[in-house]
Design a protein around this ligand. Structure first.
Ligand SMILES: C[S@@+](CC[C@H](N)C(=O)[O-])C[C@H]1O[C@@H](n2cnc3c(N)ncnc32)[C@H](O)[C@@H]1O
Length: 203
């Protein structure tokens, strides 16, 4: 394993732990069979409620040897399965398999979020819910101009994160109807802190 692959999950874990306060309001809405796209370092597991039967976590990130990840999975009161897959390809799940699909700070990183959302929609049961908290494009013209200017640099630094995606539009274009959406600012610079927290159903 190269230095970059060793560092990546550890640095991500450190940074993403800073979002823990914001997780319960989204993750706590999940129930039944859950597909978590962009499972990362398993930070969401402790926030799932008693109605969750199983979590299938999908992420190409390699977390081998990161003890905290193994511990979070071992501590979960439900079975956790992991698949090292890209969500923007064909997923090996039957249509309508999941009650809930969850993403947290992930649509920014998926190269083809539209393709991923279409697959997420396919594997969601009729009447199932897609719940998410994501960062994305600001409604303030001055901030979104900076997001557009800085996005190529940030993408080159991180290797995957886009700061200027209009999350609500992407979700709707992926075949979902929003049944609730909160827009608010989290902590930190506005270019990173424009948050979209929502619930969507198949349209
Ligand atoms: C900012 S991290 C968020 C991780 C986690 N959801 C959390 O809240 O801590 C973005 C995650 O998206 C994952 N990712 C990137 N491309 C992906 C893809 N094509 N399919 C699924 N996940 C992807 C990354 O590996 C990374 O774990």
């Amino acid at each position: 394993m190269g230095v970059r692959s060793w560092l990546k999950p550890r640095i991500q874990d450190l940074l993403m732990r800073g979002m823990n306060d914001l997780r319960p309001d989204t993750v706590g809405l999940a129930s039944g069979e859950v597909l978590e796209v962009g499972f990362g370092t398993a930070l969401n597991l402790r926030y799932y409620g008693p109605d969750v039967k199983r979590v299938t976590g999908l992420d190409p990130l390699v977390t081998d040897g990161v003890k905290a990840v193994d511990q979070r999975i071992a501590d979960a009161p439900f079975p956790v399965e992991r698949a090292a897959l890209h969500a923007d390809g064909d997923l090996p799940f039957d249509a309508g398999r999941f009650d809930t699909v969850v993403t947290t700070w992930t649509l920014c990183s998926i190269p083809d979020p539209q393709a991923a959302l279409e697959e997420m929609r396919r594997v969601l049961k009729p009447g199932g819910r897609y719940v998410f908290i994501e960062h994305g494009r600001s409604d303030e013209a001055s901030t979104s101009r900076w997001q557009d200017r800085l996005n190529p640099i940030w993408l080159a630094i991180t290797g995957e994160c886009n700061i200027n995606r209009r999350i609500d539009e992407i979700v709707e274009q992926g075949g979902f109807e929003l049944s609730g959406l909160d827009r608010f600012l989290g902590q930190g610079p506005k270019i990173f802190a424009n948050l979209y927290r929502g619930v969507a159903v198949k349209s």
